[in-house]
Design a protein around this ligand. Structure first.
Ligand code: IMO
Ligand code: MG
Length: 335
């Protein structure tokens, strides 16, 4: 068995969907597993030229790969069934490919109602926080208890260890949210309610020894959606938002924009053991031809794309490792 992991290194929305989709095309995975979060996520995927936004469902469905919502996730049944239907209507056989781990938890309408009152954190109001709270408070309800999900429910243990040959299982873990939203490593309390690190993937039932590649996904600038002030004062951020279509895929809210914080990237690379790094949305800054990032408190401005790329290459090589493969990518590029 081996597993590759896709982990977002900033505040979500860095292009996990795109990277996971590309990896499914290039590898013969037997399973794609979502390891955290619920329908707070919004992964934008272009498949055969058509745009899809997935919330619960892992991107393996686009390539006929069994796609599991893992035990680390929470599921809102009505939204999940709607998502299945939308994919089916678009000719994607989601009903037969998607499975839900019996020990994933439910987001109930009560959780949603409670979350809808939030104004402090700026949540997606999808019920995630209350669902995870109840899970850890031992008052939650597992997915296997909902009769409407019976067709989809599997035992994760059986699936991974007593079904196919152990050696034949090749997993892609598709994360939700991002390192900067992790409850432990993010800017608490402006975080989500499930862990967004590579460790979170392992919690879904695989041994640490089977992790092969850790794909870190970042953007050349940062975005964040939520209640805290994040955006810089420069008008350039407004322009980046427009050019980069930085509006929430789940809620449509404006994403606040700021320059890349290299310290956050460095921490995310280290803590997640990233060996493949994709830095997305280079084409957006290219259109403006403005290249900046923060290194600690210092804002650096670069003359051109090549200069910022060389700086990032050199910094990662000297401060983290020479073994991180770094790919700079545009929004519509494959990787
Ligand atoms: P993907 O997977 C960006 C943010 C919310 C809020 C905080 C807590 O598409 O990258 P929650 O509803 O999780 O309790 O909200 O986390 N948030 C995301 N931001 N992308 C996401 O997912 C997010 N999921 C949650 O905006 O600040
Ligand atoms: Mg998103």
């Amino acid at each position: 068995m081996f597993a590759d992991v896709v982990v977002d290194l900033q505040y979500g929305d860095c292009g996990k969907g795109k990277v996971a989709h590309a990896l499914c095309n290039e590898n013969d995975y037997t399973h794609v597993i979502r390891y955290n979060g619920g329908c707070n996520a919004g992964h934008t995927i272009y498949h055969n030229g058509k745009k899809f936004v997935t919330h619960h469902i892992p991107c393996g469905v686009f390539y006929g790969i069994k796609s599991i919502i893992g035990p680390g996730c929470v599921v809102h049944v009505d939204s999940f069934l709607e998502e299945i239907q939308e994919l089916e209507d678009a000719g994607i056989p989601a009903r037969s490919l998607v499975k839900i781990a019996s020990n994933a938890h439910l987001i109930t309408d009560f959780h949603r109602a409670e979350d809808s009152k939030d104004s402090e954190i700026g949540t997606t109001k999808r019920g995630n926080g209350p669902a995870y709270r109840d899970k850890y408070y031992r008052k939650g309800v597992r997915a296997s208890f909902d009769p409407r999900l019976q067709h989809f429910i599997i035992s994760m243990y059986h699936e991974l260890y007593e079904n196919e040959e152990f050696e034949e299982i090749k997993i892609l873990f598709e994360g939700a949210q991002g390192f900067g939203l992790d409850p432990d490593w993010g800017d608490y309390p402006y975080v989500t309610s499930s862990h967004c690190t590579v460790g979170s993937a392992v919690l879904n039932g695989v041994p640490t020894s089977c992790i092969r590649d850790v794909w870190g996904v970042a953007k050349i600038y940062e975005t964040y959606v939520g209640a805290k002030k994040f955006e810089g004062d420069d008008e350039i951020f407004q322009e980046i938002r427009e050019l980069g279509s930085e509006y929430g895929a789940t809620t449509g809210r404006e994403r606040q924009v700021n320059w890349m914080d290299f310290d956050l990237l460095k921490m995310g690379l280290r803590i997640n053991g990233v060996n493949k790094l994709v830095i997305n949305k280079m084409d957006i800054l290219e259109q403006l031809d403005v290249w900046c990032l923060y290194d600690g408190p210092n804002l650096y401005e670069f003359e051109c794309r090549e200069d910022i790329e060389l700086w990032i290459f050199a910094k990662i090589e000297s401060e983290i490792s020479g073994d991180v493969e770094i790919m700079f990518s545009g929004d519509k590029e494959r990787i």
